[in-house]
Every structure is written in C-alpha cells, then in structure tokens.
Design a protein around this ligand. Structure first.
Ligand SMILES: [Zn+2]
Length: 546
C-alpha cells in the first residue's frame, strides 16, 4: 500500500528530460513507482495533480540557514517556494560548527538575534539539536573556513603558524567526518580575506580526502586585497574581479577538488557585460582542462545586506577594533575618505541612491525602506557618516543595493553550469526585520519571469538547475531526481500561475502556485498551506563516519 499517489501530473523529473504524464507513488520516505495509470486503490491518499507539474523538491545551493533552522524550524520562506533541501554554511561561516574561542563568540552573538541558545560546538552536536527539534526541510552543511580560522587564530591578519595550520586541518577533517559536504570560503569577509590562496588550498586538500567540495564567495569585488600588506590600494580596473574568479578556479585545480563560484554576480558597473563574459570564459576554459568548476546564482539584481566598503586593515582584530579606529579622528578620517571614494566610483557595488535600507538600529525605523541618500538627507548628514555612526552605535546599518545588471543575470542563469540558489535563510512570515526578497521569492521568480514570460530556457532546464545539478554537485545520490527508490522530496506547482509576490520594498510575501511540497514523503505544503510537518533531516555526506 502506498501512502500517496500523485495523479495525472506533468512529471518533470529533474534530469532535463522533457515532461511526461505519469502518476507518482510514494511509500514511507521513498518514491515507489512512477508510471501511467497507477491504481488509485493502491494508495491511502490521492493527490490530484491534473494540470500541475510534479518535480523533485528544489535544492537551494547557497544559503545561511543553520541558525534559522533552529530558530524557525517550520522554514516557511523556503518550503513555500518548493525548497526541500538547503545547502548552507556559505561564505566561510558555519554556525553549525566547529565552534570555539572567537568562532563560538561570533556565533553566540548572531544566535542572540535569532533567540537561539548555542548548545553545540561540533557539527554532530548541531545535527542532534536539529533532529531533536525537527525542521520542515533538509539541511546540508559545510565547514566554514572563516569559522575554522576564528577557532584557531581569532581575528588576526597574518598567515597561520605551522601548528595553527595543523589545528585548522584537524577541525576540517573532524567536521568532514561528521558529515559536512565541503568547505566554504568568504574571501571578501574578515577573517577569510586574511588568508592567502595557499592556505585555502591546503585546507581544501583535506576536504578532498573525503570527496567534498569547495564553494567560494570570491574576494572583494573591485578592491585588490593585500592580505598581508594592508595598503589602501583600490583598483579601478576590472582586473581584480577576473583575478578573484581565477583564484576560485586555482583553488579547485591545485587542491584537486570541485570548486564553485557561488552566488555568482558581477557587482559594480565597471564589471558589467564584458568583464563577466571574460570570467565565464575563464571558467569554461578551466572545465575544458579538467577542473570541476560550478556556478550558482540568485535571480535578483539587488545584492544584500550590509556595508562592505571598509578597507581590510580597518577590520583587523574584529568589530571592536574597527569601532575604535572609526572613533579616532585621524584614522577614522582616513577610513571615511576611502569608503566615500569607494562608494562614489564605478567600482562601488551600488550607489547611495540605488539602495534600500533594511535596518538602521533602534530609533531609526523611519529610515527603513529609504535609500542611503534619502536617509542621510533626513538626518542632515552625509551618507557615509550615517553608515559610520551606525557601526559606532553598535548597530551596523543593513541594506540591499542595485549592484548587478539584468543582462548579466540572464547570461549567468542560462550558463550550462549554473544552479539556482537563494543566498537566503529559512524565515517565518512574521520575521521582525525587513529582508531581501530572495528569502521568499527566488524559485517562483525563475519559473514566472525567466521560464514562463521571457522563455530564457525551457521549464525542464530550469528544474534541472533547481534539482539534479545540485544533488550531483553535493554527491547526494538519492535526491534531486524523481525515480523509484529515490527519497520522496517532491514539489507540485501550477506552471501557468506560479509566481513570487516578494518585492524589494515588500519582501515578506509568500509565492503563489506552489501547491504541494513533500519532504521525505511527508506532506509539508498542502494546497499552498503549511501543514506544520517537521520531516526534514540533517543530511550527511557519503564519507561521514557513522
Ligand atoms: Zn556570500
């Protein structure tokens, strides 16, 4: 006896093959059969899917959900989009461990915002917590390079000593054995930006011993980082962007593991068009010589969600040191002029005008939804001073900004290597702060805008980018495709009606047209409504030690 029979749908199986009409039978947490005319009498419950597409549950290849999974286990913003698995711990930060010293402190600080008590220091302990609480979707985790560096070296801007390198390698190995799928780097952020390429390669070699992958937020766009020198050197050419892509490739090539340019985007007008084409050309060429490079992208032209105009040296030693420097008349003045210069040239990710403030600290709710320029005018200051003051007040301003071009986004999305990601978190509808709409509308937006309206690619191609490509990248061999024997992560949607409702100014809106979502064989969205089911699992990489 099957638990469910999904009848009469258009099966888009995730491989890229054209749709076919069939019924999908599910028993327990697995797909039991896919065939035309399966008997209704064989199932406890029949889900009528006439006119609807039945696809594998979507896999979000870039997210920051390890703390939100614990804070908001119903994962509303994601499961309503049809997401059944999120690959998280991106950009060098793994809130799921390993944690000690400054890494533990940093995660405790963030967890406070989410109302989460951190009672884990390893990925294993985190997974126990995840299972104990339950979660509506599956999580796949990584070891964050920045997190590991914080564990061992704190906020120091220098190369690791030999013993420190050994300790970092040990933490990476341990976390891989506990089930991580790879290592993420955030080479734009402190402390990731203090590491040189060799350090990352060394750690990636450890990940390679377990068959894991590397994902990277590339180095600061438009800035040439001086990991050791700390000079205020701003490159006004596109070369630094290309160099940062080549670094991502080099890491994969030298370490001999798959590498990913994750949440791919060409930020800053100087990088639009030609520069992006060069970067993609470099990636194509790397593939041809045998380097396994991947790409994922979110379908929005606004980035989010903080101010990243500070030069590297200004952030050495952590947030408190940054604030001390900002307060110092001479050093603070120097930082101010660098940031101002950065924001007012073509290398800037966005302009003071083309931005939307999400959060500006207590007592400043009237600035939410305004641009930096408008907000500064309201306060009678220059935009840069509004930003600096927010850091000094201990409540750094958060914003999204128009940093990317629509043409580039289409180019990236269409690229055969590109998978889909949100760069978002699993959030509830009543989440107290304004957020980027990618948290609520990413997958439906692709189905509405780029598949149905613009016909940028066939539906089957888009679904492949949302499902089997991610599963293959992660080495998950029983998800991402609808096939008998595979886990029953299934999304059923209306291809003619599916759409995001989240917008830049009104982001916390659930999409329309995602009718059913099953996670591990359990109905979690039923006719567009969350059932409250918590059937998600913390997934473990194949080489995890039980
Ligand atoms: Zn990132």
């Amino acid at each position: 006896m099957w638990d469910y029979l999904i009848k009469n749908g258009f099966v888009v199986d995730g491989t890229g093959a054209p749709w076919y009409k069939a019924d999908v039978a599910i028993a327990g947490d697995r797909i039991e059969d896919i065939n035309a005319g399966l008997p209704v009498s064989g199932a406890d419950t029949v889900i009528e899917a006439k006119g609807l597409v039945v696809s594998p549950g979507f896999i979000d290849m870039h997210s920051h959900s390890e703390l939100p999974f614990i804070a908001y286990p119903t994962a509303d913003s994601m499961v309503h989009q049809g997401v059944t698995t999120q690959f998280t711990c991106q950009c060098g930060t793994s809130g799921s461990g390993p944690l000690k010293g400054e890494a533990l402190k940093a995660v405790q600080g963030r967890a406070k915002d989410w109302g989460v008590d951190v009672d884990w220091v390893t990925l294993s302990e985190y997974m126990e917590r995840f299972e104990r609480q339950g979660c509506s979707i599956n999580g796949a985790f990584q070891v964050g390079h920045g997190t590991v560096r914080l564990c061992v070296m704190g906020w120091e801007n220098r190369a690791p000593a030999k013993s420190e390198m050994e300790e970092m390698k040990g933490l990476v190995a341990q976390t891989m054995e506990e089930g991580a799928f790879g290592i993420s780097t955030g080479l734009m952020y402190t402390p990731g930006n203090y590491a040189d390429t060799e350090e990352i390669v060394e750690l990636c070699k450890v990940v390679g011993e377990y068959g894991g992958i590397h994902t990277s937020h590339r180095r600061r766009r438009g800035w040439v980082n001086e990991p050791r020198g700390g000079r205020d050197f701003i490159a006004t050419t596109i070369d630094s962007g290309r160099w940062s892509i080549r670094e991502v490739i080099k890491i994969g090539e030298d370490a001999g593991i798959p590498t990913t340019w994750t949440h791919a985007k060409a930020c800053g007008k100087v990088n639009w068009g030609e520069a992006l084409a060069e970067w993609l050309g470099d990636i194509d060429f790397a593939r041809r010589r045998g380097v396994d490079v991947g790409i994922d992208v979110y379908p929005w032209i606004y980035r989010g969600a903080g101010f990243f105009g500070f030069p590297n040296w200004a952030e050495e030693g952590g947030r408190e040191r940054l604030v001390e420097r900002l307060k110092d008349p001479e050093i603070g003045g120097r930082i101010r002029s660098i940031c101002k210069y950065y924001m007012e040239t073509l290398i800037a990710e966005e302009s003071w005008d083309d931005s939307i403030i999400l959060y500006a600290g207590e007592g400043n709710d009237d600035l939410i939804g305004k641009s930096y320029a408008a907000a500064a005018e309201m306060r009678g200051v220059e935009p840069i001073d509004l930003v600096i003051q927010s850091f000094i007040d201990g409540e750094p301003i958060r914003s999204i900004g128009h940093a990317m071009s629509e043409d580039d986004l289409r180019t990236i999305l269409k690229h055969p290597l590109t998978m889909v990601s949100t760069d978002g978190s699993a959030l509830p509808l009543d989440y107290p702060r304004m957020v980027h709409p990618r948290n609520f509308g990413t997958f439906p937006k692709i189905l509405r805008k780029y598949v149905r309206q613009e016909r940028l690619m066939p539906l089957e191609e888009a679904i492949k980018k949302m499902t089997s490509m991610g599963a293959a990248k992660l080495g998950i061999m029983d998800r991402g495709i609808l096939r008998p024997g595979f886990k029953a992560d299934v999304t059923v949607f209306d291809p003619l009606n599916v759409r995001e409702r989240a917008t830049y100014f009104d982001p916390k809106q659930l999409p329309e047209g995602i009718e059913y979502v099953l996670v591990n064989g359990v109905v979690t969205i039923e006719r567009g409504v969350h059932t409250g089911a918590l059937a998600g699992k913390p997934l473990k990489h194949r080489s995890a030690k039980e």
